[in-house]
Design a protein around this ligand. Structure first.
Ligand SMILES: Cc1cc2nc3c(=O)[nH]c(=O)nc-3n(C[C@H](O)[C@H](O)[C@H](O)COP(=O)(O)OP(=O)(O)OC[C@H]3O[C@@H](n4cnc5c(N)ncnc54)[C@H](O)[C@@H]3O)c2cc1C
Length: 470
């Protein structure tokens, strides 16, 4: 741990005076539990009993006012503060690497009245996204944001990481579902955005929180734009001999105005690994789920399947897509590999244009092969201009040290090839510690601008120092 900041005892006493003795915990077990995340590196460090980071104290606020009091105290004393949602982040962005205060937001779970007419609800940022969705469904509404970590992530964490859900081609990503934010700046000042239903009032201040990775303040409340629970769902799947046919089907379907909620294109390795009935040499698998009015989605499915057939696809009926839907929260491919000595796995997601995608897939596959025994990939989220490519790598080594060396080499290879193709280095997992060193190449002078912004918003440099490549 570099530059670990010890909180002076008189400053700690002042904090306790401000927020109450009981609210500030120095319990070693709690600190250890909350100072980790779900990244591979953090998991391996835990297994070796050498945690990557440790906060000095944990503070669990119950109100915006308490968050403001702690941040203003921290700014005065130069104490690092890291906000924590539910710890499902996978790139080390929530690790308190410089010690200080861990702000455990798990008690900020208030759910405001659901505005059924305007389809909004305002919630505490610490609420579990899946629990919120379950509550909303009783009123025929839903969050519209369904990451694989639906039941592992907080609403605020999804916003801070600029997350993406699996049904994103219809409902958008988290930035499309955020109506308003309440953000407490590192100085303690509270900012409430005013954006709904749309506003032309200068730069959009919601962007201070979206993708901030907890560096520009603490998101305390989120107003979500809700979606109706779909009246109907249709499932479809198509087999292709090659990647290009599947990509072209989706590209043209989007041009035609077809909007499936889920679009996944699995390479032959992943298709056979995830779908037992799909033989290894069976080709590429396109999985589709349509949400909405039955007549509307029946027509969309028909147009898409016509396109698929004209581009060499073979319709497989709904079964592979139903199978996908039933297993979409299963991540045993990851835990089975990482949770033992010498085993390693990672998912690295990048974004490329339609024209870059086939070449990028081949380059990544080739670049990873010297380092990892397994490589598979799928297109996970699609846009008018391109798509996210989600690569999965796995390997078995003599011990964790060898596994982590292969892991580092894999990251290096994937990032280098992605940048060489002109593609984007992350689609939804974010930067944190894992991608930090590629941010200069990725953002260029934009990174200097972010640095200046950080200095303005956080003059004492207390918020989650050392992340996002800043
Ligand atoms: C099995 C699994 C599947 C996953 N699938 C997906 C997926 O499909 N899509 C996806 O986008 N991600 C996915 N993730 C990654 C992870 O769930 C997301 O990054 C999620 O948004 C993190 O939310 P969290 O509440 O757990 O945040 P944490 O891990 O607690 O924190 C993550 C970062 O956000 C900051 N932060 C958290 N809350 C706040 C707040 N209120 N204000 C300011 N900063 C804050 C923290 O400081 C930290 O930098 C997956 C992770 C796992 C383990």
């Amino acid at each position: 741990m570099e530059h670990l900041t010890q909180i002076p005892s008189d400053a700690l006493a002042q904090l306790r005076d401000a927020v109450g003795e009981q609210a500030v915990s120095t319990d070693a077990g709690q600190i250890r539990e909350l100072s980790k995340d779900s990244s591979v590196r953090s998991k391996k460090a835990e297994a070796a009993d050498r945690p990557l980071a440790a906060a000095q104290v944990v503070f669990t606020p119950r109100s915006t006012e308490q968050v403001s009091a702690v941040l203003s105290w921290a700014s005065t004393h130069g104490v690092p503060v890291v906000a924590r949602g539910l710890g499902s982040g996978v790139v080390g962005s929530g690790l308190p690497v410089r010690g200080g205060v861990l702000l455990d937001l798990a008690e900020l779970t208030e759910v405001g009245e659901v505005d059924v007419v305007n389809r909004t609800v305002t919630v505490g940022a610490g609420i579990n996204l899946g629990d919120l969705d379950t509550q909303l469904r009783e009123q025929g509404l839903s969050v519209g944001h369904y990451p694989q970590s639906l039941y592992l992530a907080s609403v605020g964490g999804c916003v801070a990481m600029r997350g993406s859900g699996t049904f994103s081609s219809l409902y958008g990503n988290i930035e499309d579902r955020v109506g308003e934010l309440e953000i407490v700046l590192p100085t303690g000042v509270v900012v409430q955005t005013r954006s709904l239903p749309r506003a032309s009032t200068g730069p959009d201040l919601r962007q201070l929180g979206i993708g901030s990775e907890g560096m520009f303040g603490v998101i305390t409340k989120v107003t979500l734009k809700l979606v109706p629970v779909p009246a109907a769902q249709r499932f479809a799947a198509v087999r292709y001999a090659g990647f290009e046919g599947a990509l072209e089907t989706v590209r043209r379907a989007l041009i035609a105005g077809v909007r499936p909620a889920v679009v996944r294109i699995y390479d032959p390795t992943e298709a056979s690994a995830k779908h037992a009935r799909f033989a290894q040499d069976a080709g590429w698998l396109l999985v589709l789920v349509f949400d909405g009015d039955e007549r509307l989605i029946a027509t969309q499915e028909e147009i898409m399947l016509d396109l698929a057939t004209s581009l060499g696809g073979e319709s497989l009926g709904p079964e592979p897509a139903v199978h996908w839907e039933q297993r979409r929260f299963n991540w045993s491919w990851f835990t089975d590999a990482v949770d033992h000595e010498g085993g390693i796995a990672e998912a690295i997601e990048v974004t490329a244009t339609w024209s870059e995608l086939p070449g990028l897939y081949e380059r990544l596959k080739k670049a990873v092969s010297p380092h990892m025994q397994e490589f598979m990939a799928h297109v996970s989220h699609v846009y008018d201009q391109g798509a996210a490519l989600y690569t999965i790598v796995r390997g078995e080594y003599a011990d964790d040290a060898a596994a982590l060396a292969a892991y580092d080499a894999t990251w290096e290879a994937v990032m280098a090839e992605t940048l060489a193709c002109g593609a984007r280095i992350s689609h939804h997992h974010g930067i944190g510690l894992e991608r930090a060193r590629w941010m200069t190449e990725e953002l260029g002078s934009g990174l200097d601008l972010l640095r200046d912004l950080q200095k303005t918003v956080d003059p004492a440099g207390i918020m989650n120092p050392g992340k996002l490549g800043l």
